[in-house]
Write a protein that binds this ligand. Sequence first.
Ligand code: MEV
Length: 323
Amino acid sequence: MTLEQGIGVSNAKIILIGEHAAVYGKPAIVVPLTAVKLAAVTTPIAQGQLIESNYYTGPLARAIKSFAGIKKLIQTILERFNQQQANFKLTITSQIPAERGMGSSAATAVAVTRSLYDFFDKKLNRATLLELANVAETVTHGAPSGMDAATTSSTAPIWFVKGHASYNLPINLKGNLVIADSGIRGQTGPAVRTVRERMADFPQETSVFMDQLAELALSTRKAIASQQLAQVGQNFTTAQLILQTLGVSNETIDHLVFVAQRNGSLGTKLTGGGRGGCIIALTADQANTDRLLAALAAEGVTQTWVQPLAHLNQTINQEYDHD
Ligand SMILES: C[C@@](O)(CCO)CC(=O)[O-]
């Protein structure tokens, strides 16, 4: 075992389009927010296995329930390397707010995996990284689509269809993606259940909505390729209307969408599981971005992020090499 520290980094994720439909095998477009980071650093200590984070600090063995997924992940990795008795402290520092649809739990799993592989001097490929992140995500979320781990580990936008992520969707658009926290915790679990119940009660009608969301994802992909920012925006707003009808929005989100649409946004929707969390809006230029941010601040929104679309123009090789 090396005596040097092991470092793992990941980033936040934002679903541009396709949440909920992704659960039914429809495509989604998801982008990394590379400016919003989470870091996990493993350092050698004399005795024990400790975790230090905003949510839990203490021995790994006693980790609280919300850390159960990460605990299982760490134990899986230690067993894999036959290092169950290793002494270390894992420090997790995050800029990603929890329960806002920004992928904080998957980002933690990704960074912890990278950090431990680095600490034990092991090579890590993308397939293993995603498989291990899924160990934690399955404990935390039940049946994750894998979308969050695929994106929080990526520097490139993703075309995601259940079980498969393609990292070849560079976005060459001018303008900004504005993300605003509604201040309400997202409720992915209950929202996914609501849609499942609708699907059970009204299978044909609900399937039509899923097909429409899939069409919107395809249309958005084309609009990105042909640099039609306004079309991407329209698709956002149409998707929001469908998500609202499916019962996964809420009054606060609807109100913020309404405000954004009147203050410089080309298109606005919820992002992630819904019933809270964040909204996303597209703006064509800095003047409209400033106008939108001022309008959201006037509504009491305290946390916003601005992601220049031009920074989402990367692609990455399907294989991830730890080195
Ligand atoms: C609502 C959902 O589509 C996205 C949650 O971030 C659920 C999933 O894909 O696992």
